[in-house]
Design a binder for this molecule. Structure first.
Ligand code: ASP
Length: 366
């Protein structure tokens, strides 16, 4: 993967050299196009990772399909008019279903976007991505790309071969949003079904419908109308340019896993994780972040081994605040973050501290 991305960036920005560990060494962009001041368009780089937006089915009406098949060139060719709104460059980062997302790809995306912005190689970035873990990649980049230029993540619920594929219009909206002057300083955004969602609260709420994403606690960030963004609110919590997390140079992040709580849950899974020496555990609690006595006993064992534990809820709305039942200061609460987002925030928090009071501060501020 490393070699192919480097080759792609080399082809795009010769003679700039970009690798995972090495920053861009020159900010000279060789353009083959002759432009006048009047037709200078925002420079948008599309980082393609796969997903249903790159998916293909055997027929135009078939529900089953294979994700991560089409190349970035094929996806771009399906959206006429894109070239009128931006000067586009595409990079194939990987071509996977996002249930197979890997930490190495997150780090590669973070590093690539950071280098593109730091060296003034583009004005905005669009990431095409499968919808299954899109909110997690979005939140990771929201916390780790320390720039204010637009980053938009987009996917589709129907494959590119579908009778009414949603990918082409979603991609059009994503490029238009990334190119919009008003899209700066808003953290990482997701665009699906005309809605703009902030990585702070976006989550997949439907398994198959094209209107799959929602923001259960804070509401949509806005929507796209005729190629222009209309914003309802600001992104909440510290992010991107105001983030304290600097992961440059990290090859690996702390290992944090999620434990699910439910009626008469046994302690077997939690215990196995604690014995496997994870760095942190997030409990996806019932109700306001609660867990039973079987899990509570293993939480004690985890704390005594120095494993950080954070309490969140499996419930979509309301979060877990400091007024939690049986509040335990050694087990910080996640506020409005879903278990999967609390996990990412805890991974990053653990790059800085193991102190539960500091982790609680971070859970409140982000
Ligand atoms: N499994 C697919 C993925 O996340 C689903 C999608 O893209 O909608 O890659």
């Amino acid at each position: 993967m490393k070699r192919s991305i480097t080759a792609a960036i080399l082809a795009l920005f010769i003679p700039i050299i970009l690798t995972a560990t090495q920053p861009v060494v020159s900010d000279t962009v060789i353009s083959t196009e002759t432009t006048t001041q009047a037709d200078v368009k925002p420079r948008i780089v599309i980082l393609a990772t796969g997903g249903t937006i790159a998916g293909s089915a055997a027929s135009a009406t078939q529900a089953s399909y294979r994700a991560g098949v089409l190349s970035i060139e094929q996806i771009l060719a399906s959206v006429p008019g894109l070239e009128n709104i931006a000067d586009l460059k595409g990079i194939q980062v990987c071509n996977i279903s996002s249930q197979n997302m890997e930490q190495a790809i997150w780090l590669k995306l973070q590093n690539t976007i950071d280098s593109l912005f730091k060296n003034n190689l583009c004005d905005g970035v669009v990431v095409t991505h499968g919808t299954d873990t899109m909110e997690e990649t979005a939140y990771f980049l929201h916390l780790t790309v320390r720039h204010s230029l637009p980053i938009v993540i987009v996917g589709s619920m129907r494959p590119a071969t579908s009778l009414s594929a949603d990918g082409p219009f979603n991609l059009y909206n994503a490029v238009a949003l990334a190119a919009a002057p008003d899209a700066k300083n808003r953290g990482v955004m997701i665009v699906m079904n005309d809605y703009i969602l902030s990585a702070d609260d976006a989550t997949k709420e439907h398994t198959v419908n094209p209107n799959a994403f929602g923001s259960p606690n804070y509401g949509h960030l806005g929507y796209m109308r005729d190629g222009d963004p209309v914003f309802f609110r600001e992104s909440r919590g510290k992010n991107t340019f105001s983030s304290e997390f600097n992961i440059s140079g990290h090859k690996e992040l702390p290992k944090v896993e999620i434990v699910m709580s439910y009626a008469f849950a046994s302690s077997v899974a939690t215990n196995a994780l604690v014995d496997s020496n994870v760095d942190g555990l997030v409990i996806s609690g019932v109700g306001h972040g609660n867990y039973n006595t079987a899990i509570a006993e293993v939480v004690e064992k985890a704390l005594s081994k120095g494993i950080a534990v954070v309490r969140s809820s499996r419930i979509l709305k309301g979060g877990v605040d400091l007024a939690a039942e049986e509040y335990e200061p050694r087990v910080p609460v996640a506020f409005y973050k879903s278990p999967q987002k609390a996990r990412i925030l805890l991974m990053l928090a653990l790059t800085k501290t193991k102190d539960p009071r500091e982790i609680q501060r971070i859970m409140m501020e982000y």
